[in-house]
Design a protein around this ligand. Sequence first.
Ligand code: ZN
Ligand code: ZN
Length: 335
Amino acid sequence: MIRPEELLRPTPAGLWCEPGGFYIDPVRPVDLAVITHGHGDHARSGHRSVAATPETLAIMAARYGEGFAGTTRSLAYGEVVARDGVEVSLAPAGHVLGSAQVVVRWKGLTMVVSGDYKRRRDPTCAPFEPIACDVFVTEATFGLPVFRHPDDAGEIAALLASVAQFPERSHLVGAYALGKAQRIIRLLREAGWDRPIYAHGALERLNALYQDHGVDLGPLLPATTPETSDLAGAIIVAPPGSLADRWTRRFPDPVTAFASGWMRVRARARQRAVELPLVISDHADWDELTGTLAELRPQEVWITHGREEALLRWASLNGLAARALALVGYEDEEA
Ligand SMILES: [Zn+2]
Ligand SMILES: [Zn+2]
């Protein structure tokens, strides 16, 4: 039996597959990159060749322009490509549109690199698919028992309750541009909010891309044009970085909300002057992380980045061999 390190190993540029000649989510320009999803810390421009799902390739083109890589290879979920005897395929990760786990098989060894993932339902992307494997490579963004994300329907209900309580105010919801913003909008639609939702200009491209991929976001209006008048009672979705900008002054007495797994930490909400924290995350919480390891029961668990100490301890208490890779360059601010 070969050792897992012969198939995949951590390097400063990212996880390197020597027998297959490719990196997974490299943080530096490389010859061949397999990309798990479109968030900026995983999907960078400037690689010679990129393999990813068609949705991730479309997201990269929308963010970086068509020339983001020398060549691209679109890989549908479940499609297998072989390279020097190494078989590679992608499976849904449930994180954002097009997000994938990378399944690598070689000489009887199966390794699965989860990328960022979550296990709960998300109406904007395909659900995480558990793949039996010898080595499971997991993230640990929320790898502490204190992180238990509540049901997202309850968080959306809290937002709508606030809108009902303050009909003369507007509600400004901070949400990361890729994934979170579209999920919030879609969840509002599912909760019965059918009025137009105002979207910051920085979200326009990705909102349109999601709609093109069959995610119905309902009526959207630009939040940044002067025609928008009566905004009392309106819901505006904007990237977190724009919440304190000048443009927000046009909104009547806005209630500032922010949708993130980090909103579980009250100090972070206070730091950002968030009046209405919404604990909605695109990452696995503690129960999802440990539940996934218990379900897969791999021979080995590798932890790429995040808060690994508690998950390492949990793994050893549960009879799973685990190691922390401490990969650098993955921020997960978008959590
Ligand atoms: Zn991500
Ligand atoms: Zn990430």
